[in-house]
Design a protein around this ligand. Structure first.
Ligand SMILES: [Zn+2]
Length: 538
């Protein structure tokens, strides 16, 4: 009986049991190394894999004799030609170019063969207009090939850039361990970066860092979870779900739809909400702030048919005050981005920083908008914030600059953008997600230069006069519509109970579909000019 020992809990498990369990330890759930061929088998449609460049000749650029022996040993022992297998396959019916690295072969270090196969994978995928999925693991550059190994970093990165320039999707999956030259080249420049739980991911290894700096690194440093908190990873996906997840993402990145489907039943079923009736401006502000008001995530989950979140700004962190990802609405994929207030309790409020986005949050929003633009997906924003985070850290990280950059960049995003203000729309922090072709507002949401309390305290040195300020500020939906700051007022119900919420979400769904239909097939020039003129008129 062949067994494998779990490196985490030391339990020995039969290989056949591990094979049917994605190489996950049944005793403790630890993700053991998943060999390339077995991983491929678990992912691709049966019999669909065709290997590319399997006969690529091995090279020994520095004529290192010991290295030659090592390579021969590894090849024989593991029946692998080098540390990566590449080819073409189908995943749930979607054609892809796929590469899978294998740590058994010299810790999957990158020498000329690995670099060449990765480069050819991207070049061929570009020619065949295929998306690329690459399962990464590596100890880094292959030392035995010296400077030639270093050159592979730019060679592969440049091939990724050409594939990117052709508007094609690249998903990388970081598995344990992904380190050194591979992180600093093809692994971390994908459109969507996924990781496996617990995987070590980093440029310099922990031992090197500790030796160089004398600093003891904390528990969990450089794990997939750490990298997700620090903005490098979109999501951590379970091995058992990987095939389904890939199938879903690939489906959402197929060629653009020829038309927007708008079933009339949605409009009909959304009718018949009981309106809350007339409120004073101050009462409206209270209602816009109420903790029982739905959040951006509520809308993302209830208005759309499917939604999955993508995380991180790729620079510093994953700001939890901004949420975003890919959703579908009657079969049409869209990018959704929203400000998320923590409303359920104090823990959640702290986690979301009370819906006040940090510079990292706005960087994440811009990243997702650029991604949407690359794949021709319209963007739907949900706005509910008292304003951008204000504090020492936000200033140190350049809050003003980040918002300014977002305002500038959005003006050239070539896909239709719709913003829906559904709670509070406060200041530049709200404007940053309200630069759109059309801006809608819920009946009792508000949008203003700053809070009425702030306004009263600046103008009259008395924040208690906020109710008076509200009337002067013209911040209710009707005022904003008259000022042409918003294009549409969306009805909201007296109570946000389940029945009303369903109706309201159907109504919003219909409004979004009508927006998508209106802009579908319009030229880049039309979309950009329309957005420019919308703000130019003020
Ligand atoms: Zn175990």
């Amino acid at each position: 009986m062949k067994v494998r020992k779990c490196p985490a809990c030391k339990t020995e498990t039969e290989r056949s049991v591990l094979d049917s369990n994605y190489s996950i330890c049944p005793a403790c759930g630890h993700y053991m190394r998943f060999h390339a061929k077995k991983r491929l088998q678990s992912l691709v449609d049966k019999g669909s894999f065709k290997e590319w460049d399997g006969d690529l000749e091995w090279s020994n650029p520095l004529n290192d004799k010991e290295y030659a022996e090592k390579v021969e040993d590894a090849s024989r022992k593991h029946n692998l030609k080098d540390a990566i297998i590449t080819g073409e396959a189908c995943i749930e019916g979607n054609s892809v170019a796929i590469g899978v690295m294998d740590t058994r072969f010299m810790m999957a270090s990158m020498g000329q063969v690995v670099g060449e196969r990765v480069t050819r994978l991207f070049e061929r995928a570009t020619g065949k207009k295929l998306p690329v999925i690459l399962f990464c693991c590596s100890g880094g550059a292959r030392m035995q090939e010296g400077i030639i190994s270093l050159m592979q970093m730019e060679k592969t990165a440049a091939a990724v850039k050409r594939h990117d320039g052709a508007g094609l999707l690249y998903i990388s999956v970081l598995t344990n361990p992904t380190m050194g030259g591979v992180t600093a080249s093809f692994a971390l420049i994908a459109d969507i970066i996924l990781a496996e739980k617990g995987a070590m991911i980093g440029f310099a290894g922990p031992r090197v860092i500790e030796q160089n700096t004398g600093v003891k690194l904390p528990e969990g440093f450089q794990t997939a979870e750490f990298q997700m908190d620090h903005g490098a990873v979109d999501d951590i996906v379970e091995r058992a779900n990987m095939r389904r997840y890939m199938g879903m993402v690939l489906k959402h990145h197929r060629k653009k739809r020829s038309r927007i489907i708008c079933p009339g039943s949605i409009e009909k079923e959304g009718r018949g909400m009981v309106s809350p009736g007339a409120l004073s401006a101050w009462q409206t502000v209270q209602r816009a702030r109420a903790t029982d008001r739905p959040t951006s995530l509520d809308y993302m989950e209830k208005v759309f048919d499917s939604f999955y979140e993508l995380h991180g700004d790729r620079t510093i962190e994953d700001d939890h005050a901004i949420v975003g990802g890919i959703a579908t609405i009657c079969g049409t994929p869209v990018t959704v981005i929203g400000v998320q207030k923590g409303k359920s309790d104090i823990q959640e409020a702290l986690y979301r920083n009370w819906g006040m986005p940090s510079p990292a949050g706005y960087r994440k929003a811009l990243r997702l908008m650029k991604q949407a633009e690359k794949f021709g997906r319209p963007v739907i924003c949900f706005v509910d914030t008292i304003g951008a985070a204000c504090g020492k850290e936000a200033e140190e990280q350049g809050q003003g600059h980040v918002i300014a950059r977002l305002l500038k960049e959005i003006s050239t995003i070539k896909v239709p953008i719709l913003s829906i203000i559904h709670g509070e729309g406060g200041s530049g922090g709200a404007l940053a997600l309200s630069v759109a072709n059309e801006v809608y507002i819920l009946e009792h949401a508000v949008y203003s230069i700053l809070t009425p309390e702030g306004y009263a305290s600046i103008l009259w040195k008395d924040s208690k006069r906020a109710p008076e300020a509200v009337d002067m500020m013209k911040m209710t939906s009707k005022d904003l519509y008259d000022l042409q700051v918003v294009d549409k007022i969306c009805a909201e119900p007296a109570e946000f109970d389940e029945k009303n919420m369903r109706k309201m979400c159907l109504k919003l769904k219909w409004d979004i579909l009508m927006f998508l239909k209106k802009y579908h097939g319009k030229s880049d020039k039309f979309i950009l000019n329309q957005r420019y003129e919308r703000f130019r008129k003020f």
